[in-house]
Design a binder for this molecule. Structure first.
Ligand code: ADP
Ligand code: MG
Ligand code: MG
Length: 254
């Protein structure tokens, strides 16, 4: 089946079960938002799908267009078409954005573009993302604003052209500039030929990013479970009411 699909995914961290059976399907070309209060397990899901060590999968599966991901090392998952934004991108002094992007592309799709074609791709994506080519000459994340870090991440995503991207925005949730950058860039990518079939899982505590990147489907996670799934109106409700009323409903239903 096409899609980024988790089935009955149970995950423990240091012996504590954090994810208690997650069923989620992100279809190609669709944006799913995963929302929920702090500590509910959203980042645990993102790290588990990406193959971060330290997250013990107790049961369940994660497939990408039918291919089982849990048996693969993280770099193989990236090669299969998975992209995970990093919450705390490190500065890499002495490495230019241009070289960083070249290395990233080479690691995911070795040797598929000549240097000239790669250069053409980079300029095309800069244009799609409305970014200044001067950006390429700067050192990675060295003195970058929150918004610039996010723009680099989105440029990297555009260059890698993954099938599915997981954007975990929790900890930049208060930086409006960064949120706008992500939302606008992802929207621009979705409107480009390469981006049309990309599926997104946008993880966010705050509904605000969804103003810039409208979700087709919204899920609410609490205590390691998805307790509610709905349309964009669910994000609007969370914006109005917070999570308390949904928590009460979920408790009453159990
Ligand atoms: P969210 O992203 O929704 O805020 P997290 O996935 O970060 O939630 O955390 C879910 C729960 O798992 C929390 O109780 C957190 O303390 C615990 N947890 C997550 N990662 C770790 C870790 N590396 N070590 C210990 N506990 C962790
Ligand atoms: Mg958190
Ligand atoms: Mg988190």
């Amino acid at each position: 089946a096409r899609g980024l699909i988790t089935r009955d995914l149970r995950v423990a961290v240091q012996g504590n079960e954090i994810l208690k059976g997650i069923d989620l399907t992100v279809e190609p070309g669709r944006v799913h938002a995963l929302m929920g209060p702090n500590g509910s397990g959203k980042s645990t899901l993102a790290f588990t799908i990406a193959g971060h060590p330290g997250y013990q999968v107790e049961s369940g599966s994660v497939t990408l267009d039918g291919e089982e991901m849990l048996e693969l090392a993280p770099d193989k998952r990236a090669k299969a078409g998975l992209f995970l934004s990093f919450q705390y991108p490190a500065a890499i002094p002495g490495v230019s954005v241009a070289n960083f992007l070249r290395t990233a592309r080479q690691s995911v799709r070795p040797g598929d573009l000549t240097p000239a074609k790669f250069r053409q791709l980079v300029f095309e994506k800069l244009d799609v993302l409305d970014m200044d080519p001067a950006f390429l000459g700067r050192y990675v994340n060295d003195g970058f604003s929150g918004g610039e870090k996010k723009r680099l991440e989105m440029l990297q995503m555009a260059i890698l052209a993954p099938k599915y991207a997981i954007l975990d925005e929790t900890d930049s949730g208060l930086d409006v500039d960064a949120l706008q950058s992500v939302g606008r860039a992802a929207t621009a990518l979705r409107e480009s030929d390469d981006g049309r079939d990309m599926g997104f899982l946008v993880i966010t505590h705050y509904p605000r990013i969804l103003r810039h990147l409208p979700a087709d489907v919204v899920h609410v996670m609490m205590d390691g479970r998805i307790v509610k799934t709905g349309g964009p109106d669910l994000a609007e409700r969370i914006e109005r009411e917070g999570y308390d009323t949904i928590r009460d409903e979920a408790a009453a239903a159990r």
